[in-house]
Design a protein around this ligand. Structure first.
Ligand code: LLP
Length: 425
């Protein structure tokens, strides 16, 4: 739950606002983002990684207001598309604090990034080296680039979000020599300024050993590059992927320990080889915005399937949170609009879409007097819920409200039926 959440008068409050008031004012489903929680996590990262760069991974959840928070808290931003870059530029975020990612950036996206003057572009393929070199030459720019290295680390997380083993689409492999070949090719192009190496091993990872192995391998590659080319690359970007707690008993890595551990490893490998210690960047997404988010739903039906379980249908579903359907994610859910002493009953919280896999919480206990009109709240939905939302079954995407100091304000307007019909001929 968000750092500022609590209970008043039986109802859940976030940022000092009663969820019943939020539902009355803004409707449901509703994404609620605790501004103080999110901004304090931005600051925690900046403190733990002081001397390093912290780039928020915008894919977790991006909108203009979040970009303003980043600007004020002194963080950088990672974008993975021209659209994400457009959000940042629309509110005047300093382009030099933006890194552009992606395994298949289009020529238009690369051109936009070059014209805007983004701080770094992370190269993901041989084709991209040639493509970016050509575009940079045409525009008379010399972008700072990093090479995304696949370090061969087996991250312990869901298959869809593990990204450092060889058999997946991202990066250039250390094991096969593709990373070393990419270094050669980039160094041969005067239009590209190779400043470092990048690695991202996956997401929702709790065991920090994988991050350390990846950091050691990247630092070792820096040493090899110095030996082979006589070039000292000044930067390492260690990616993001740190896990958060979704249900009771989940563990989450300590940021300070993680920061110290990574720094120590890189410092040791580089100093032992007589190299200066590179500037480090990390790219957390989920850990910054995840815990501060709560999704509010209204219960519509409570169906008891005799002898099995109770199905609680809410007014949203896999269109506002696809993570359970996609990754088998687990969530904590509570009755939010009141307190109840009724016996707990085994429930499955399901959406209103035309799929039996439209599940928000697979197994949970809710009070047996749960009834239509009750509000339930799902915790830790700040990351990868709104950003992965769809309009399946023509459901409008819910609004996002920021809460702080007892007040709420809309930061992303909820879609209307007009929005859904716009653009249709
Ligand atoms: N940097 C790069 C290059 C990434 O690809 C990602 C996430 C991050 C940083 C941030 O990772 P985080 O700290 O948020 O774990 N939709 C999935 C997660 C996909 C993550 C994709 N890349 C989910 O809902 O679990």
């Amino acid at each position: 739950w968000p750092r500022t959440s609590g209970r008043t008068d039986g109802a859940l409050t976030v940022g000092g606002v009663d969820v019943r008031d939020l539902a009355r004012e803004h409707g449901t489903p509703l994404y609620v983002l605790d501004e103080d929680d999110v901004r304090s996590r931005m600051r925690d990262y900046a403190t733990a990684f002081s001397g390093s760069e912290v780039h928020y991974a915008g894919k977790a959840f991006l909108c203009k207001e979040v970009v303003r928070w980043l600007a004020r808290e002194g963080l950088g931003l990672d974008v993975a598309s021209g659209g994400e870059l457009a959000v940042a530029l629309s509110v005047g975020f300093p382009p030099e604090r933006v890194t552009m990612h992606g395994n298949n950036k289009s020529a238009a996206e690369l051109t936009r990034a070059l014209e805007a003057g983004v701080g770094h572009i992370v190269i993901d393929s041989y084709e991209e080296i040639a493509r970016l070199g050509h575009l940079a030459g045409e525009l008379g720019k010399r972008p700072k680039v990093m090479i995304r290295v696949t370090t061969g680390v087996e991250a312990h997380t869901h298959e869809f979000i593990a990204t450092a083993h060889d058999d997946q689409k991202f990066g250039l492999s250390l094991n096969t020599g593709a990373a070393a070949e990419a270094v050669r090719r980039v160094l041969a192009l005067p239009q590209l300024d190779l400043v470092g190496l990048h690695s991202h091993i996956g997401s929702q990872i709790v065991d920090t050993a994988g991050f350390e192995v990846a950091a050691r391998r990247l630092a070792t590659l820096l040493v090899q590059i110095k030996d082979e080319h006589g070039v000292v690359l000044p930067e390492l970007d260690l990616g993001g992927g740190y896990g958060i707690a979704y249900v009771e008993g989940d563990e989450a890595p300590d940021i300070k320990e993680l920061a110290d551990g990574l720094r120590e490893i890189v410092t040791k490998v580089c100093s032992d080889a007589g190299l200066p210690v590179p500037r480090l960047t990390i790219e957390p997404g989920r850990t910054i915005v995840g815990p501060g988010g709560v999704t509010l739903y209204e219960v519509g039906t409570v169906k008891d399937v005799e002898g099995l379980r109770t199905y609680v249908s809410i007014d949203g579903g896999m269109s506002d949170n696809v993570r359970t359907a996609l990754y088998g994610a687990e969530y904590t859910v509570v009755l939010a609009s009141r307190e109840s002493d009724a016996e707990p009953m085994l429930c499955r919280v399901v959406g209103k879409h035309c799929e039996s896999g439209d599940i928000i919480v697979r197994d949970c206990y809710l009070p047996s007097d749960l009834a239509p009109g009750d509000l339930i709240a799902v915790a830790a939905t700040g990351a990868y819920c709104r950003s992965l939302a769809s309009n399946y079954n023509y459901l409008p995407k819910p609004a996002v409200v920021a809460v702080s100091g007892g007040a709420s304000r809309v930061i992303v307007r909820g879609e209307t039926e007009d929005d859904l019909l716009r653009g249709q001929l």
